[in-house]
Design a protein around this ligand. Sequence first.
Ligand SMILES: *[C@@H]1O[C@H](CO)[C@@H](O)[C@H](O)[C@H]1NC(C)=O
Ligand SMILES: *[C@@H]1O[C@H](CO)[C@@H](O)[C@H](O)[C@H]1NC(C)=O
Ligand SMILES: *[C@@H]1O[C@H](CO)[C@@H](O)[C@H](O)[C@H]1NC(C)=O
Length: 309
Amino acid sequence: MLCPVKILGIVVVLGVSVQGVVHQVSTVSQLKNALSSVNPGDIIRLAAGTYKAGLNSDRNGTATNPIIMEGPADAILTNTNYAFHLLGSYWILRGFTAANGKKGIVVDYGGHNILENLTVRDLEEEGIHFRFFSSDNIVRNCKVYNTGTKRPGYGEGIYIGQDRGKWVNNQPDKCDRIQIINNTIGPNCAGEGIDIKEGTCCGLIKGNYFDGHGLSDVNSDDSWVDVKGDSYIVEDNRGYWTLEDGFQVRDHMPVDSGIVSGCNNVFRRNHCDMYASGYCIYFANKGKCASNTVEDSNTLTNGGQMTNL
Ligand SMILES: *[C@@H]1O[C@H](CO)[C@@H](O)[C@H](O)[C@H]1NC(C)=O
Ligand SMILES: *[C@@H]1O[C@H](CO)[C@@H](O)[C@H](O)[C@H]1NC(C)=O
Ligand SMILES: *[C@@H]1O[C@H](CO)[C@@H](O)[C@H](O)[C@H]1NC(C)=O
């Protein structure tokens, strides 16, 4: 019987090196063992193949010695529920694919994780979801497409936070300072490409490419990005084809809460290639908060109008 090969590797992160264990895995049981025992500085290397199980980990790396899980795009994590459920912090997830399940990668109670160069596709619901106070995470250079294949109103590509209906004790699910950079999102994300929930703030949505073909129009899924959070910077994104608008900003708090969401956001250097009659940047909460900004550097082609602000 093959045993996981553990090699002492030198991990160099931010100039600090530690002896980390390299877990070379090629079966579900090897991967499960690795996920339950990894320590800061360790690397899990996935061989090509399909790993179908309830894969999860609550281990933590550290700022200087993250835990790395990496593999080629043909290392595929899948499951009938979540392909991978991360409940830890300071991980780097790199290169592999999460596909063919209900949700792709779900991060709960996890901060300072980096998801990069992943392929996330063919999922019944959302592709990547940050929930339960998961702040300071980064998603970069990933491809996310074919999400919401079963429940179109629940098929966002990338989802930050939770609807206030799911908040614990009515407290905002603060998933703050999340950065979504240089990803290709769509086609066939039946929910929005990125859904930013009320109660979250201070993130960066930069350099992404959205293909809106396959938006569902269920649950107002008719734009590339929905911003219900506050103080986001949305810049250098390009969108191609939409149902109605490019970027939508909305208040999703009840009137009697006295709180308005979707405020203090900045839009600049985005390009909307619309093929639709709506707005590149539409404010459904116009007049409720004066502090949103659309800079002149945004551009528009193929129909629509720039903004209603
Ligand atoms: C990971 O860190 C969190 C937050 O500090 C902590 O609650 C959790 O117990 C840690 N996980 C493990 C396996 O120690
Ligand atoms: C990203 O993943 C692809 C496919 O596995 C690989 O060929 C490429 O080298 C990776 N790029 C980076 C920057 O890691
Ligand atoms: C995003 O892409 C731009 C343009 O190619 C590049 O300059 C920048 O370093 C990238 N950022 C990240 C975080 O990958």
